[in-house]
Design a protein around this ligand. Sequence first.
Ligand SMILES: [Zn+2]
Length: 287
Amino acid sequence: MSSKKRKWLDEYVQYGFTCKEERDGSQRPQCMICNAKLSNSSLAPAKLKEHFLKLHGDGKYKNTTLAEFKVKRARFDEKATLPVLGFVPIDKPILTASYEVAYLIAKQGKPHTIGETLVKPAALKMASIMLGKAAEDKLSQIPLSNDTISSRIDDMSNDILAQVVADLISSPAKFSLQLDETTDVSNLSQLVVFVRYMKDDEIKEDFLFCKPLTTTTKAVDVKKLVDDFFRDNNLSWNMVSAVCSDGAPAMLGRHSGFGALVKSDAQACVGNKNLASKTGRSTKNRS
Ligand SMILES: [Zn+2]
């Protein structure tokens, strides 16, 4: 296979592609319009043209000239070399770290600013003392600003959701909910709902959704937020085995009536116990 690697020709730029070199020296075409990286075997005029016509043929790039694409390529490749110099774009471990930290912050119900004010400085301090300057520099690239954390939490709710919901529906066992509250920088509070469920004989824990809360939000309103979410995602209270609201707003406390509201809908046992205390805390199960 390696003997038959295709080679890039500069004329391919007319199809909106540039050339990316892999670590093993092989070349892959990358579309400058949609950033798609194709395989080495697609490094042929017919394939590149097919991609361009099929995906971008109607768009604003339809009449792009060769000269224009050459300019675009120069800029595109320049951008792509920025990471080498230590600038953007964000690479995958950094992005993953950013998401994982956002998850922890949401999970603990901490204000989103804590990423910037405590988590990052603490991580940098530990890295510089124990691992050295290079490690500190590397960690300093992890975006943990208030905005980042908030948008990560939104992303998580969108991206993971479809998969989690499918898992919940297909799971033979019931799932548990944990309700928490998190506060963003403007002191707006949000209801954050996590779910714990069985998948492939393992307990998994995931972020389910978050919705803004107001000071006038009552138990019945929170119940409605969850109801609406359930309805939109084909879930039902009969699939719920437990609802825990340990760190949740007072409105969900033992005497608030939230538990009674849920009970009237299902046989779910509602407790103030953290889900983790029942099953042994292990966020590692989250994939
Ligand atoms: Zn494309």
